[in-house]
Design a protein around this ligand. Structure first.
Ligand code: EPZ
Length: 420
């Protein structure tokens, strides 16, 4: 096992190139199940979750090759429709193969994804929607047994809650269904928009892209003609580095980003007193005269992203005054609080609301990562704590941040990956 050792009181400078979005790469890899041809996907983030999904697709019979950040994948050779527990338990986003496998083969067995650190993470909405499309769904010995003997039928689907991977799963299922599917209350995260665009480029008729109501005309079971794909930049990775600039009150730039996808993050950072220089593909954060407190509530896009909540909590510890964060999406996404408290943070929790008493003055300590984004919050705190912080269990981090210590070191941080 390895850990990250971070020496505190660092200023940062320079720029960091942002990788492709993990949460777009994963559904896009799953969508290749629908393709009648080999697909080349560029700007692929080299993170553990991507490798895990590629391993799953390989186990199903797909073949792929990596070269730097490009993956060429041939899913036409898939000859199994059973996604085993041993892989699905490593990454709940494996559920993204459910829709495309069922749409293409008319049957599949996908292990139920367990919960994860941040919450139960149910998939009831995915299953309810597939049933509306004519699927028979049975849960047996921890597996979802799904069949659609005559293929999936287009349906009118209203999601009780906005679900990102639920929307992606049904988009992929609808692409091969018989007839028209309407999805109401669809997620509109940039990653979902890219999925719509990729399916549209492959010949699927989709209207309402970027809105909460999508209409998809299915191909009636015929595989689609997928084109080469470039994964959109990772707005959460970019936001995390902007928070690194903010917490050290430094001027840094994130390059190769879509600034529009960073709107909620930039808006909140502006509220806290930071300035910005923004052009087509780059965002530079400028130091604040004084870091002001902030009130945040997480929400579906275009609201404040829950995946940025932990990072802003670390930042708020250095704001003047008291900040609040209301985590509205996941029931257990405050596990970084107890770790930050080990560093001297003054935070109180009351149900979904965290109150953060900004006074800075964190002391470096041994802390433990509990989930992907909590890990990044601990690293941000370590950048400005007095002394040395050691972040353990950083396998959580490697799931979603590519070359994090290299990128931070390039910005001037003192970060080392060491063996326990
Ligand atoms: C996606 O998860 C992201 N993961 C998450 O990012 C992100 O936090 C989340 O969307 C919210 O933006 C990927 O895209 C791979 P949801 P997802 O379905 O799709 C409830 C990260 O750090 N719900 O939009 O699983 C659910 O419990 C990860 O990169 C149901 O009740 O999230 C939650 O409260 C963490 N039933 C809310 O909806 C369902 O069937 C939103 O979940 C599905 C979801």
């Amino acid at each position: 096992m390895t850990y990250l050792e971070i020496t505190g009181n660092q200023k940062l400078s320079g720029d960091v190139k942002i990788s492709g979005a993990k949460n777009s790469a994963l559904p896009l890899l799953a969508s290749t199940i629908l393709s009648k041809n080999v697909v080349k996907i560029t700007n692929m983030p080299l993170v553990v979750d991507v490798r895990t999904l590629l391993k799953l697709l390989g186990n199903l019979g797909a073949s792929y090759e990596f070269s730097n950040s490009d993956v060429t994948i041939d899913s036409t050779s898939i000859n199994s429709t059973k996604a085993n527990y041993d892989i699905v338990r490593q990454m709940r986003a494996s559920i993204l193969v459910l829709g495309p496998l069922l749409a293409r083969f008319g049957h599949c067995e996908v292990s139920l994804p367990g919960g994860c650190a941040i919450g139960q993470r149910p998939i009831d909405l995915h299953l309810k929607a597939l049933k509306l499309m004519g699927a028979k769904i049975e849960i047996k010995e921890g597996y979802i047994l799904a069949t659609a003997k005559n293929g999936l039928q287009g349906a009118h689907i209203l999601f009780d809650k906005v679900t990102v991977t639920g929307t992606a799963n049904i988009l992929m299922a609808a692409a091969l269904a018989n007839g028209k599917t309407i999805i109401v209350n669809a997620a509109i995260e940039p990653e979902v928009v890219q999925m719509c665009e990729v399916l549209s480029d492959a010949g699927t008729k989709i209207t309402g892209i970027g809105t909460r109501t999508l209409e998809i005309i299915g191909s009636g079971g015929k595989l689609i003609d997928m084109q080469d794909i470039e994964v959109i930049p990772d707005r959460i990775e970019a936001g995390t580095y902007l928070c690194a600039g903010a917490i050290t009150n430094s001027k840094i730039s994130v390059t190769n980003v879509n600034p529009d996808d960073l709107d909620a993050t930039i808006t909140k950072l502006r509220e806290m007193g930071f300035g910005f220089d923004i052009d087509k593909k780059n965002v530079t954060i400028l130091p604040a005269k004084e870091i002001g407190c902030v009130n945040i509530q997480t929400g579906e896009h275009p609201g404040f992203p829950t995946d940025m909540q932990a990072q802003f909590m670390a930042l708020a510890l250095f704001a003047k005054g008291t900040s609040t964060i209301n985590e509205r999406l996941f029931e257990n996404r405050f596990m970084h609080v107890s770790e930050l408290k080990r560093m001297g943070a003054n935070i109180t929790l009351n149900s979904t609301i965290a109150t953060i008493y900004g006074n800075g003055g964190l002391i470096g300590a041994d802390v433990m990562a509990t989930d992907l984004r909590a890990s990044s919050a601990l690293i941000l705190a370590g950048l400005v704590a007095d002394g040395v912080t050691k972040v353990h269990r950083i396998y959580h981090l490697d799931r979603g941040y590519e070359k994090l210590e290299e990128k931070l070191t390039k910005l001037g941080a003192k970060v080392k990956r060491l063996k326990e």
